[in-house]
Design a protein around this ligand. Structure first.
Ligand SMILES: [Zn+2]
Length: 108
């Protein structure tokens, strides 16, 4: 069976309100961006030239929502695992498990 090493996924990111100055027209604007955004780079909203982060006004930690597409892919893998497990079990063991599941479902 294929085993994939667990990947640690960051569920939080730091968002900063940064003052940026255009390197060409000197226009200043405040924008929210991730902390990792390049200090030099994002385009000026007036002339599209690169801007420079000149200071950070505020910073906050934000929850990163799960990607529903990634979750769906994960479930696809999980259901494949279930099929592989069922194929590996003996018919008797498989029947016992199915019976226990059915009893559990109807025990209400
Ligand atoms: Zn500019």
């Amino acid at each position: 069976m294929l085993r994939v090493a667990p990947v640690s996924i960051k569920r939080e990111r730091t968002i900063v309100d940064a003052v940026r100055r255009c390197l060409v027209c000197d226009w200043e604007e405040t924008r929210s961006e991730t902390e990792e955004t390049d200090v030099l780079g994002p385009p000026c909203s007036r002339c599209r030239a690169p801007t420079e982060r000149v200071r950070v006004i505020a910073s906050r930690v934000e929850h990163v929502p799960r990607n529903p597409h990634a979750s769906a892919l994960g479930r696809l893998g999980a259901s494949r695992g279930g099929i592989a497990r069922a194929a590996a079990l003996s018919p008797k063991r498989r029947r016992d498990i199915a019976r226990a599941a059915a009893l559990a479902r109807w025990r209400r």
